[in-house]
Design a protein around this ligand. Structure first.
Ligand SMILES: [Zn+2]
Length: 482
């Protein structure tokens, strides 16, 4: 059996003021996509599971993952789509990872566009299964186009490999003559991921329902996707998907039931990290009794498309006299160049940040001392192996009135203590650590004595009513109360 495999991942924020380019995806094509290391992530789960089957031959197409950001350039999207379709030749099945929240210029539902084209090319009888991110925004047509889908069950995402493996198992089940039926239902709810962590609160209870459902006979898989709310496209929201071993009525009834329960509980989804407006969040962090507080700048979260150049939290820290603080990070290539030109130990006057997201931020005038200049190389997870090397471009640490500001020449996401260590920074030596994140990633959470969340401005503002949605279907909760 020849099976098409591939992965295209992007979470596209329509409020982000720049486009995502082909090079941002670092695409690999054909056999290159199967070169080690691929044994992690959803694509790793797909490939490893299929390769374990004696009769399977893989038809590799493309793997491409870009950091969440602005809408994808149309040409880049067409290139990736064409690479996937080109390999869809003479295959018996297809198993693909797609994030589920990608948009391209002129294409509101990019994954649906890809899958519709794939279905047209393969015809109605070749099975297609997909693995998705939990923040996927699925439209009904996709559910009619593919045979089965499954999404991550955890946020932060700790089950990516297992999700890919599940998509592959469902495909093998179909190829071996088994049956699957899928039910799909949607909830009109713009839900920030920060209010839907799976380890706490309403989302934890919803995922318990999913687990209970999956334990029932006849149910193959169930998924709840809370969507990517920072996209101004008409058909958006939370999706419920149930896959059964062939019973269509049961699949649809259970998907409808999950969606109805989600809707009934919509007011219960709330922050489970302490959350405050910016000034209050800074004040709480400054007066905390804990030795270190992680203060998330949630409105400018690159993990959901933030520019990382919104200066509101830094401005508040400096105005309120916070010291022993590190801010990770502000994207400002101009200021990085100025710091490198000045050299370590020298004083500089700069207007930092506020150059990209001019709607929610403005440059902040500061006088600081250049403390460190780095090439930005980091070994992921602290493991010094060649495949663990991340090269993220020139990075400097600028000290302004007791606040260490990490300035980067490229947009960065500080998700792992190793990134701080590579700059000679021990985050736990600071009173306040400000990552531009929503909820903390698992490695940061693991070392954080206390985390609080600033509901801050930016393109990932967790108070979605602060953003200007023009195209989403109405009524839409919580833009409308109904
Ligand atoms: Zn996600």
């Amino acid at each position: 059996m020849k099976i098409l495999v591939g992965a295209i991942g992007h979470e596209s924020n329509t409020f982000t003021p720049f486009l995502t380019r082909l090079e941002d995806f670092r695409p690999r094509y054909g056999q290159e996509t199967l070169a080690p290391p691929i044994r992690h992530g959803a694509f790793g789960g797909i490939v490893t599971t299929l390769q374990a089957h004696p009769d399977v031959v893989l038809a590799p197409s493309v793997t491409a993952h870009a950091m969440p950001g602005g809408v994808v350039e149309r040409g880049a999207f067409e290139t990736l789509k064409a690479a996937l379709l080109e390999a869809a030749h003479d295959v018996d099945g297809a198993c693909i990872f797609l994030h589920g929240a990608m948009r391209a210029e002129g294409v509101d539902y990019a994954e649906n566009d890809i899958l519709t084209a794939l279905r047209a090319k393969l015809g109605p009888d070749v099975p297609i299964t997909i693995a998705l991110d939990m923040h996927a925004n699925i439209v009904a047509e996709t559910a009619r186009t593919v045979n089965a889908m499954v999404a991550y069950h955890t946020a932060p995402h700790d089950d990516t490999y297992e999700t890919g493996a599940k998509a592959a198992e469902m495909l093998l089940h179909l190829l071996e003559g088994g049956h699957l039926a899928m039910g799909f239902a949607k909830v009109p709810f713009l839900l920030p991921g920060e209010k839907a962590e799976t380890s706490v609160g309403a989302m934890r209870e919803m995922m318990q329902l999913v687990d209970d459902l999956e334990a029932q006979p006849g149910i193959v898989s169930a998924s709840l996707m809370n969507g990517h709310c920072w996209a101004d496209v008409p058909d958006i929201g939370v999706s419920a998907v149930v896959v059964t071993d062939g019973d269509e009525t049961l699949a649809q009834a259970e998907a409808d039931q999950l969606a109805a329960t989600f809707w009934a509980r919509r007011a219960d989804f709330d922050f489970h990290t302490e959350a405050y407006p910016v000034d209050e969040a800074v004040r709480v962090a400054m007066t905390a009794s804990e030795s270190t507080v992680f203060l998330s700048d949630s409105g400018d979260n690159p993990g959901a498309g933030g520019t990382t150049d919104v200066t509101a939290v830094l401005e508040s820290l400096l105005r309120q006299g916070a010291t022993n603080t590190v801010v990770a990070s502000i994207w400002d290539a101009e200021s990085v160049a100025a710091c490198i030109a000045a050299g370590v130990g020298h004083e500089v006057n700069l207007n930092i940040g506020g150059k990209l997201d001019t709607r929610h931020s403005k440059p902040l005038p500061v006088t600081g001392t250049v403390r460190l200049i780095s090439d930005g190389d980091t070994y992921w997870g602290g493991v010094r192996a060649p495949e663990r090397l991340m090269q993220r471009g020139p990075t400097v640490v600028l000290t302004v009135d007791g606040v260490d500001v990490i300035l980067t020449a490229e947009r960065q996401s500080y998700v792992d203590p190793a990134q701080f260590h590579s700059l000679g920074i021990d985050p736990l030596a600071y009173k306040i650590v400000v990552p531009k994140r929503g909820y903390l990633t698992t490695p940061l959470q693991a070392i954080s004595p206390r985390s609080i969340l600033a509901v801050s401005p930016g393109v990932t503002n967790c108070d979605v009513r602060q953003l200007k949605y023009r195209r989403v279907q109405r009524p839409m909760y919580p833009l409308d109360e109904f």
